[in-house]
Design a protein around this ligand. Structure first.
Ligand code: NAD
Ligand code: 44H
Length: 497
């Protein structure tokens, strides 16, 4: 069967694609992953279809490892299929669209000059990113003239500097950044990291002033469950129906919300609301952010290690599991919601809609996908809930402790070639994807514990003390080490329920 390319489009859509390909690149996208394709790019597509958005998007990957996906996109004329499936007002919907917004898809590591050319283009206005929480961090990096910069904020610092030099600090040449990573105040985090690189690389003070004054780093909160490539059987069914294959096929729920902390006049430049999309310009993002990250993402990150250890593959399956489903509901309701400074009934109503979305019969959200970079996710999504109790001098409650124990047991990994592998309670192997340094730190602690037959409580204390993982020393919290150790000891004895 042929692969998706422009010949799969209707004549009218081919015309629109030709138009897209000569549209100026107004958006640089750093991130080839599922989320941006199921959310931001779909929004641009919808807005273009309605005639509100004139520019096009150049997509690049944030890490050298993302190259195959970029090549796949380029090989498909920048096209991919998005299927939205779920319940809308109680009705089941399934909508398929071929999204065409990419006029360029290239690997910045092998074509750094192209990246630079784009960064200094007068047409460029937006930079959108999704590099996960692990990617939106400052890590000291040496600068080598002519060589691509590895980190995402480091790239931004350097490319902005070139732009500043080219336009001699002109106010109107500043850019608007839309980081979609799920960090509180993601825009501020990006700006701060950029300024730190500027400092490391001795860029002039006037550049830093230009960055702060004439570039906007918008804080925003994204919400849509994007489940990526579906199971093979479903994909094959669709391909036979459509008459083409699509390696970049993506699935998502219809629900979407993007709350952006900015004035609504930005609608003129980013006309998503005009296109009928659920984009909110808000004065204070915090309530949207906190309830979503702590409840929806927190529950995902809570359930994932435990689910995988129990051999459960998908979110819905887990929510339908008698014990694990009840565990997630109870932990959210009794332990996470009380930590939020908002009316309890509103938080309960929100949690109910989240559980309903988890149970969406049309999407299969793989725990293995949610598991990626679980350490940094736990730090952002669950530690604030645990810290609430510690700050009040209360013991961390049982469900959250169990989640932390599950995480540590899930990360009981050994290096196997290029991968780090753990084993489920039933002895099945799984591979863990996370920041290399975090994996190295954890695996060496477990490795040493095994070699020295160290008491479990010492190992747990060492893991919890690792500030590079949690941003603080969790071993100093009264009783946490003991409570986690007690659960892990029971699991080691084979008591897994
Ligand atoms: N999938 C969803 O439902 C959803 C919803 C809201 C937000 N998000 C955001 O998306 C992220 C997951 O992305 P996805 O669902 O597109 O998964 P994905 O695996 O398809 O894409 C992950 C992207 O992040 C990059 N990345 C991963 N680790 C990185 C690192 N250490 N440094 C730089 N880049 C790195 C990858 O190269 C890739 O571009 C989440 O962490 C969150 O920030 C996802
Ligand atoms: O996307 P991740 O990998 O950061 O986190 C997994 C899920 O919690 C997340 O994708 C949610 O489904 C999403 O944030 C819903 O808006």
């Amino acid at each position: 069967m042929r692969a998706l390319d422009q010949s799969a489009l209707s004549e009218a859509d081919q015309g629109r694609l030709a138009e897209l390909n000569v549209s100026p690149v107004t958006v640089l996208q750093i991130g080839e992953g599922n989320f941006l394709r199921g959310f931001f790019d779909w929004m641009v597509h919808e807005s273009r279809e309605r005639g509100f958005f004139k520019g096009s998007v150049a997509v690049t990957q944030p890490r050298p490892t993302g190259k195959p996906k970029i090549e796949a996109l380029a090989g498909q004329d920048g096209l991919y299929t998005l299927v939205l499936r779920g319940l809308e007002d109680g009705e089941s919907v399934e909508r398929k669209e071929i999204v065409s917004v990419f006029s360029e898809a290239f690997d910045p590591y092998s074509d750094w000059t192209r990246m630079i050319k784009l960064a200094v283009s007068p047409d460029l206005r937006f930079v959108v990113s999704n590099t996960t929480e692990a990617g939106l961090t400052y890590r000291p990096e040496a600068f080598t003239e002519g060589a691509p910069i590895l980190s995402f904020p480091g790239k931004v610092a350097y490319l902005l500097y070139l732009r500043y030099l080219k336009y001699e600090g002109a106010a109107q040449r500043g850019l608007i950044f839309l980081p979609c990573e799920l960090l509180e105040r993601n825009g501020d985090s990006l700006r701060d990291a950029v300024l730190r690189y500027a400092n490391d690389w001795n860029y002039p003070h006037s550049f830093r002033t230009w960055v702060k004054k004439h570039n906007r780093f918008l804080n925003s909160l994204v919400d849509r469950i994007v489940t990526g490539y579906p199971d093979a059987e479903q994909a094959e069914t669709w391909f036979s129906e459509w008459g083409y294959r699509d390696d970049m096929l993506c699935t998502a729920e219809p629900y979407h919300l993007w709350a952006i902390e900015a004035e609504q006049e930005l609608d003129e430049e980013l006309p998503f609301r005009k296109a009928g999309l659920n984009v909110l310009w808000v004065e204070d993002l915090r309530p949207y952010q906190q309830r979503k990250v702590r409840i929806l993402n927190g529950a995902h990150t809570l359930m994932t290690p435990l689910g995988i250890l129990h051999g459960v593959d998908h979110v819905r399956e887990l929510m339908e599991h008698e014990k694990l489903g009840a565990f997630v509901r109870a932990t959210v309701s009794d332990e996470i919601i009380p930590t939020l400074p908002y009316p309890e009934n509103e938080m309960r109503a929100y949690a109910d809609t989240v559980f309903e979305r988890y149970l969406n019969p049309y999407i299969r959200h793989r725990l293995a996908d949610i598991a990626m970079n679980s350490i940094s996710k736990f730090k952002v999504r669950l530690i604030p809930s645990l810290a609430y109790y510690e700050e009040r001098g209360e013991p961390v409650p049982a469900g959250l402790v169990q989640g932390l124990a599950g995480l540590l047991r899930y990360y009981r990994v050994r290096r196997s070639g290029e991968h780090y592998e753990g084993t489920t309670f039933e002895g099945q192997r799984y591979s863990v994807r996370d920041d290399a340094r975090a994996l190295e730190t954890i695996s060496s602690i477990w490795d040493k514990a095994d070699r020295l037959s160290e008491p479990l409580s010492d190992t747990i204390a060492r893991l919890l003390a690792e500030q590079s993982l949690w941003g603080r020393d969790l071993s100093s919290w009264p009783s946490l080490t003991d409570s986690v150790t007690a659960i892990m000891a029971r699991w080691a004895e084979g008591e897994i329920q």
